[in-house]
Design a protein around this ligand. Structure first.
Ligand code: HEM
Length: 349
């Protein structure tokens, strides 16, 4: 053993002390509360998605003639295929929920404020990429809703002034859904989007390491208590246990409510009801309320406001007496999102 260690040390001259130095960053006590350390949850689920996604890719065949049959083969014939597929599907849902909750924590604690504006922008890109990865993933199954969901999505993109036509053609690899569309979705879903997200998560975490997380203090803290604890091993173990709990939750969901398979896509039959996945309900309801270009432009404006919120909030705090305006804006925003989502879920069309 010592020969192997010596051999390795000669080639990789990193000492145990240096490694410890890199990993034992002291973190503030409030990270012991799950709500404040929520960023680790989407990071863990992202790894689960990459591992299960690679396993699915061994069997998935991205062409309109073969995609549906290959998903059925994974679900019905491949050993534990149903389990891996169901974990991947539930992982997508939980990751989306975790990213939204993490963003809400950052928002309502004002942790996006100076000097963390850039990391808010990186986070917003991660949120959008998480949603787009979900959208392309659901399209791969080639069920009726996959096909028609992708077609409706491309038509929505078409409504954007100036660039809409190009965006639609880029998404569908042509003017309408064709034989090249599914391979394009697959490359986006399995390569372009995850690799971009990996790079952005690395940037996100690097900025967090450079700036440290925002320090918060609570009334129940004792004055003589240490204010920080070590990332390694203390916080690392907390995250490890959280990961194990998540794996149990994912496995239970996958077993009790496994991923199903709807009817195969039929380009000649438009389904009576076309609904996207739940995380697009809010946008879908908005698009139904205001039609065409007005809907797309107003949604663009809302997303732009989200991106630029740290700068808008700074101006509100500097120039007005409403220092806590962000809390009220946030509550109205969350209620509106929940309201529109429930509305879309409740109605048949
Ligand atoms: C894949 C998605 C994401 C991952 C893996 C991730 C990961 C993390 C982690 C591990 C932290 C450390 C503190 C904590 O756990 O809360 C953090 C902090 C932070 N995140 Fe994220 N994040 C993601 C998405 C987002 C989004 C969508 C936003 C907002 C738009 C965001 C904005 C921030 C900010 C501003 C901080 C610093 C918070 C502070 O200083 O207290 N992140 N993120």
């Amino acid at each position: 053993m010592s020969v192997i260690v010596a051999w390795l040390k000669e080639r990789l001259p990193v000492s145990a002390d240096q490694l410890k130095e890199l990993t034992n960053e002291p973190v503030p006590n409030h990270l012991q509360r799950w709500w404040f350390a929520l960023g680790g949850t989407p990071a863990y689920l992202f790894v689960v998605q990459i591992v299960t996604g690679i396993l699915l890719a061994f069997y998935y065949e991205a062409a309109p003639q073969t995609a549906y049959a290959s998903v059925r083969h994974i679900t019905e014939d491949v050993a534990f295929g149903w389990y891996i597929r169901s974990v991947h599907r539930w992982g997508a849902t939980l990751m989306t929920v975790a990213v939204i909750l993490h963003q809400m924590r950052v928002y309502f604690t004002g942790a996006y404020r100076k000097p963390r504006e850039i990391n808010w922008l990186v986070g917003m890109c991660l949120l959008l990429l998480t949603l787009v990865t979900g959208f392309t993933g659901y399209s791969l199954v080639y069920e009726q809703l996959s096909y028609w969901g992708a077609t409706v999505g491309a038509n929505i993109a078409d409504n954007v002034p100036l660039v809409g036509g190009i965006a639609k053609r880029m998404l569908l690899a042509g003017d309408t859904y064709n034989n090249s569309t599914l391979p394009r979705f697959f490359v986006l879903h399995a390569a372009v989007l995850p690799v971009t997200m990996l790079a952005l998560v690395a940037l996100h975490v690097t900025i967090i390491r450079l700036q440290g997380v925002t320090e918060f203090h609570f009334d129940d803290e004792k004055p003589d208590e240490p204010k920080h604890y070590n990332f390694f091993p203390d916080h690392f173990y907390t995250e490890l246990i959280l990961g194990l709990v998540l794996m149990v939750v994912l496995s239970a969901l996958a077993t009790v409510l496994p991923a199903t398979l709807g009817p195969e896509a039929n380009p000649l039959v438009t389904p009576e009801v076309i609904k996207p996945e739940w995380f697009f309900y809010v946008a879908f309801r908005w698009l139904k309320l205001f039609s065409g270009t007005a809907a797309v432009l107003s949604m663009g404006l809302i997303v732009a406001t989200f991106f630029l919120w740290p700068f808008i909030d700074e101006q509100i705090r500097k120039r007005t007496r409403f220092a806590e305006a962000s809390v009220y804006v946030g509550i109205i925003g969350v209620l509106a999102i929940i309201g529109l989502t429930v509305w879309e879920a409740a109605v048949a069309h």
